[in-house]
Ligand binder design. Structure first.
Ligand code: SF4
Length: 365
């Protein structure tokens, strides 16, 4: 497959590992590099990259799984919505199994039949048009990759003047959380691998502050094994030379400016707002609120959603895993009380969650 097979080539991968070790030999001290994206975490675990890293290069996972960073209070609010008469709640699959404070959307749905899994947000617009007797609520969970689809659904519902379509704003932005991590002295990162799909939308220029203000390298990478190894070689070379640049490894998709059409749609429908992240608290300008022109679709206002206390499962260290200060196998529940079939926290539920990826691919200390 063009643009994929050449980035899975084993010979090329071995060559990049050799280059990585050569570059790391020039590092003045051990370094910690965060792959911010859950898709990268899965690719790193699947390809066994932790095992081939030089001793002085450590990879830590970040808060780049949208399901994992959704606070339990929002899941509780979605569960409350699903229990209201005449309401259907729509969400992507992984959200169904994430524990709220007492139950999950999937468990509630066994009794209410009011939660539907979607593949595209536009399905909700279609359903709302076909079922005017039901109030249809779209849970807007996702990063910049998903946000244009969520925006398109809201815009399309407005064009059709659907009175029974509602939206829960829970989308998140990547650069503000990277800034928050850089400001967190307990995290202590030396560089970022940035997500290729998010950056295809927002453009690599969105990370320039990482080099300019925090003097750290940031390389935008694709999701194949050679993409990630190439990004690591570029980062380690920068660190060894005391350079700080934003580089694009994933040139087959990413530009500095990004997708201007998608950005225009996002600006039409959403505006930045402070939002809560699991494990990281409230981060300014990191969420997507509806623009005033679309405020009538805001489920928070239409349903007077209850304010629910944030409750983390006992013993779960997801918050620390999401900040990169705890590796999944350092949690006392990992693989014991918490497994993909019986998850305790969201990082074990989601297909892009760090704990799930470490467990499925057997990543060891
Ligand atoms: S292993 Fe389970 S309980 Fe521990 S941090 Fe991960 S998801 Fe939470």
């Amino acid at each position: 497959m063009k643009y994929v097979d050449e980035f899975r080539d084993a010979h090329m991968a071995r060559g990049l590992v050799t280059q990585l070790h050569a570059a790391a030999a020039a590092l003045p001290r051990p370094v910690r590099i965060m792959e911010i994206c859950g898709g990268h975490t899965v690719a790193i675990c699947r390809n066994g990259l932790h095992a081939v890293l030089p001793d002085n290069v450590r990879l830590v996972s970040g808060p780049g799984c949208p399901v994992c960073v959704t606070p339990s209070s929002l899941i509780d609010a979605a569960i409350w919505l699903a229990q209201q008469p005449g309401v259907q709640v729509f969400t992507f699959g992984d959200m169904l199994r994430v524990p709220g404070s007492t139950t999950t959307l999937a468990q509630v749905n066994e009794h209410t039949h009011s939660v539907q899994m979607i593949y595209s947000p536009l399905q909700v617009v279609q359903y709302a048009g076909d079922h005017p007797d039901q109030r249809c609520v779209l849970l807007g969970v996702g990063f910049e990759t998903t946000a244009p689809m969520l925006a398109a659904a809201v815009a399309q519902a407005a064009e059709r003047t659907l009175p029974n379509f509602f939206y829960v704003s829970a989308g998140k932005m990547t650069p503000p959380v990277m800034r928050a991590l850089l400001q967190d002295a307990g995290v202590a990162l030396d560089a970022f691998i940035a997500p290729g799909h998010v950056t295809t939308v927002i453009g690599a220029a969105a990370y320039q502050f990482i080099a300019d203000e925090y003097h750290k390298p940031c390389v935008v990478a694709g999701f194949e094994v050679c993409d990630i190894l190439d990004a690591l070689v570029r980062i380690v070379r920068q660190l060894a030379r005391r350079e700080q640049r934003v580089e694009i490894e994933y040139t087959r998709s990413v530009t500095h400016a990004g997708n201007l059409k998608a950005q225009a749609l996002l600006a039409q429908v959403f505006m930045p707002c402070a939002t809560a992240w699991r494990g990281l608290g409230v981060i300014p300008h990191s969420g997507y609120a509806l623009q005033p022109a679309y405020a009538r679709y805001d489920a928070h206002k239409a349903f007077a959603l209850p304010v629910v206390e944030e409750i983390e499962p006992a013993g779960c260290r997801c918050g620390e895993v999401l900040r990169g200060v705890c590796l999944p196998y350092e949690c006392g529940l990992f693989g014991k009380g918490c497994t993909p079939t019986r998850p305790v926290g969201p990082c074990m539920v989601s297909s892009e969650g760090s704990c799930g990826a470490y467990f499925r691919f057997g990543v060891q200390p």
